[in-house]
Design a protein around this ligand. Structure first.
Ligand SMILES: Nc1nc2c(ncn2[C@@H]2O[C@H](COP(=O)(O)OP(=O)(O)OP(=O)(O)O)[C@@H](O)[C@H]2O)c(=O)[nH]1
Ligand SMILES: [Mg+2]
Length: 220
């Protein structure tokens, strides 16, 4: 008897993620996969980004959490189309979960889909969802040793936002070390130092994202 073995769950996910990417390309929708530890400031960044760019781009959001819909409720208050995925224990979003949200969006009326992944510094980096870019947040209270300890997410991301810069003096965050170690892992990483609370530094992130969406739309 021949036994078929699915050797690599990541291969299976990659196929679905590539199909998602083809679909998003057809619809000219630029997709972000936003990742960080729990509480680093993902939803706050999504809120600020919506407020800054909503006049320029039509934005939709997917919120990924193990349980509950707090984050989706925050986004819904801004009158933005949003879908909450509850993974029911899984520590990351995958291609199939994203595909299942498709009927909930009017993609002909979207330029940007922001996907907030489950709070976790490890697994989300391993699973593609069909994104154009992976974006990650490291917040200063987490410590400057995180790039060295959790290198994959830093290696996979295009942008690193070092958030809660307002708290850096109180938590002895070694900014130089964090930058150095992150760039040693990924020399192409764009690093922005921001405070989502007082909005310092966010303008550079908005400019990066605006350029990325416009380049994508012109070249697709
Ligand atoms: N001081 C300070 N607090 C911040 C900043 N950004 C976010 N916060 C706070 O950090 C807490 C967590 O922020 P969220 O945006 O909910 O974090 P998250 O990454 O979405 O959290 P999960 O979805 O649970 O993983 C909230 O109390 C925010 O107000 C910042 O730049 N400075
Ligand atoms: Mg959140």
């Amino acid at each position: 008897m021949k036994i078929n073995v699915v050797t690599n769950i990541l291969d299976a996910n990659n196929r679905i993620a590539n199909d998602n990417r083809t679909f998003f390309d057809e619809k000219k929708v630029y997709v972000l996969n936003l990742m960080s530890s729990p509480g680093a400031g993902k939803t706050t960044l999504v809120e600020k980004t919506i407020i800054a760019l909503r006049e320029r781009f039509k934005i939709g959001v997917i919120e990924g959490d193990i349980q509950d819909s707090y984050d989706a409720e925050r986004i819904a208050k801004l009158n933005i189309p949003v879908v909450q995925i509850n993974t029911g224990g899984a520590c990351h979003l995958d291609g199939n979960m994203i595909k299942e949200t498709f009927p909930s969006f009017d993609f002909d009326n979207l330029d940007l889909l922001i996907t907030e992944n489950v709070g976790n510094l490890v697994c989300p980096a391993e699973f593609k969802i069909g994104e154009n870019a992976k974006i990650m947040i490291l917040s200063t209270p987490e410590g400057a040793d995180k790039p060295a300890k959790y290198p994959l997410m830093f290696a996979e991301s295009s942008v690193l936002l070092i958030n809660k810069i307002d708290l850096a003096p109180y938590v002895d965050f070694d900014l130089k070390k964090a930058r150095h170690d992150a760039l040693a892992i990924n020399p192409d990483l764009q690093i922005f130092e921001v405070s989502c609370k007082d909005e310092n530094g966010l303008e550079k992130w908005f400019t990066w994202l605006t350029n990325a969406i416009e380049n994508f739309q012109q070249n697709i």
